[in-house]
Design a protein around this ligand. Structure first.
Ligand code: G3P
Length: 218
């Protein structure tokens, strides 16, 4: 399973990339606004830190302008994955950009039929938002299960399921059990996955016993 980081905070990305466990990064207009920084500048910096797909989202809503924005974003770096919303114009843009050989992440997916359309439009990634579905009392993970199952029925569809709107390590666990290819994680969720109280307790005991031996490895 690949892990992307879902943030435009360059320091947080650098810190996590240092672990060697980060396969890509996703941003969206809200995350760029939160960073308070220039969009293109931030995305360029992220491309220098992580060698993997870096999602940068268009903000136009009509095909011609979306395509122009997407092509401009794609020129920033070979790893740019243009993010488009799951609308008719978004999918038309997806088809055109994937025809150019550009990676495309179709975002704001809330149904399996939408995911099917995105795959037919040549999306590299489909981003179903599990947390936002949970927020309205619908089981977000059921959507992941449905999409993974549907894509598996049609091996010619090459779109990867990118679990988005992840809110907790439980979302990651459930997505991994289903077999989703990618999850994009807010930094806090990835940090939390390292932690277990028994690991801390066990390590403290090992180190205390080791100290009693008076030995050192180096
Ligand atoms: O990048 C899209 C996404 O992961 C949004 O998450 O928490 O704003 O629903 P959230």
């Amino acid at each position: 399973m690949k892990f992307f980081v879902d943030t435009a905070d360059v320091d947080a990305i650098r810190d996590l990339a240092d672990t060697g466990l980060v396969d890509g990064v996703t941003t969206n207009p809200s995350l760029i606004a939160k960073s308070g920084r220039d969009f293109v500048e931030v995305v360029q910096e992220i491309c220098d830190i992580v060698d993997g797909p870096i999602s940068a989202e268009v903000t136009a809503t009509e095909f011609d302008a979306m395509l122009e924005e997407g092509r401009k974003l794609a020129k920033i770096h070979k790893n740019i994955t243009v993010k488009v919303p799951l609308t008719r114009d978004g999918l038309k843009t997806c088809k055109a950009l994937s025809g150019d050989g550009t990676m495309v992440n179709v975002t704001l997916c809330f149904s399996a039929n939408q995911a099917l359309l995105a795959a037919k439009a040549g999306a590299t990634f489909i981003s179903p938002f599990v947390g936002r579905l949970d927020d309205i009392g619908t089981e977000g993970m059921q959507l992941i299960d449905d999409i993974v199952q549907i894509y598996a029925n049609y091996p010619d569809l090459k779109t990867e399921v990118l679990v988005a709107s992840v809110r907790s390590p439980m979302h990651v666990l459930e997505a991994a059990k289903i077999g989703a290819g990618v999850a994009t994680l807010p930094p806090d969720v990835l940090h939390a996955m390292f932690k277990h109280p028994l690991t801390d307790k066990g390590l403290d005991a090992f180190l205390a016993d080791w100290q009693k031996t008076g030995q050192s490895i180096l």
